[in-house]
Design a protein around this ligand. Sequence first.
Ligand SMILES: *[C@@H]1O[C@H](CO)[C@@H](O)[C@H](O)[C@H]1NC(C)=O
Ligand SMILES: *[C@@H]1O[C@H](CO)[C@@H](O)[C@H](O)[C@H]1NC(C)=O
Length: 368
Amino acid sequence: MMIGGRPNVSLVICAVVFGCIFLTYLGSGSVRNQLNSTSSPTRWVSSKGKHEKSDVFNKTLGFEKVFVIGLPERSDKRDALTLMSSLTGFQLSWIDGVLGKAIPDKALPFGWNRETMSDSNLGSWRGHINAMRRIVEDGISSALIMEDDMDWDVHVKGLLAQFAEAARALQKGFHQDQRLKSPSPYGLDWDMLWLGSCITTFDEDLPEHLQIPYEQRDARKILIRNDPTVPPTGHLLANGSFSWDDYPPQTRIVYVPGDNVCSFAYALSAAGAQKALQYMGLEGQQKPFDNHLSDLCRLRVNGMRCVSIVPSLFVHHRPRGKISGDSDINNAGEAVREVGFTENVLYSTRLNLRNLVTGLEPEKQWTD
Ligand SMILES: *[C@@H]1O[C@H](CO)[C@@H](O)[C@H](O)[C@H]1NC(C)=O
Ligand SMILES: *[C@@H]1O[C@H](CO)[C@@H](O)[C@H](O)[C@H]1NC(C)=O
């Protein structure tokens, strides 16, 4: 879907946690307006106050469920995530991860080659597909699906509320003939909200779009300005097709994904889960799950309407300890990491757990 010749519009939206936030709509041929606003100090747990009527602040972050996919034996990861979500005010539902070798040949997805492709990628695919099927089976109106090594900012609810505002503004360019059946604080015209990825390529920068005139590419963007939880520019990663230097510091970009890498966290609406299950479950599978998920958005399979944000709101944590424990997909030998970290998350919930349980203020990972 191409959107042509849209004007740039600036929206000023009073968001829930950070006071007035300036959102800038960038159509194609964008001019990056400079806007300023002051931001008020933040609280890390957002209770429902006067400005916090949005369902984003409820126990499931404005979705019907928050699913986490993880192998049951990784009790270390379950301990961490349970404590993190409880301290930042939401509830998780676990979906058991699957080992590739547990999938019999007869149930292999079309195109899967056991000789050339790794069993752990197969297991990862099955865990995600099980989550999608659960949404369809149980008639769930929307769910956030995340992997079990996630981290997020302690202000996650405020950040999601701010994202919801921007996502709703962005959806004005989507087909509105398939509106969500249940109300969602994230808008009524989405299939997927890709909230956690590790590399972002904007749609207009995709190789297959470079041949067509810029104004015919889908370059819609909403900028969230003056967000004090965005790390200093020198610590920002994930920009696969653009420079952070082209945006003012403390900016988050809400956009239509071209190609995202890493399936850290994404939400599906009921219709989105059906579209995803059809393509990713039944049409075959020949690549790592995250690249396949990216194709779903990139190729607009089944009319898929995706919205994403960078820097991401969910990013995998690299804990202190044996590096081999990070991933159930890759193996890294015996090396040990002395200090844990999470890319792109300033006030890491995981790294602030001791502060949070003892009532201290959360600390930043980086100060400059
Ligand atoms: C949170 O809000 C969403 C969207 O309105 C809703 O579907 C979900 O049931 C709510 N969760 C809880 C625990 O009330
Ligand atoms: C990402 O942004 C940094 C500036 O923060 C820049 O140096 C780097 O080249 C950018 N990467 C790409 C792929 O453009």
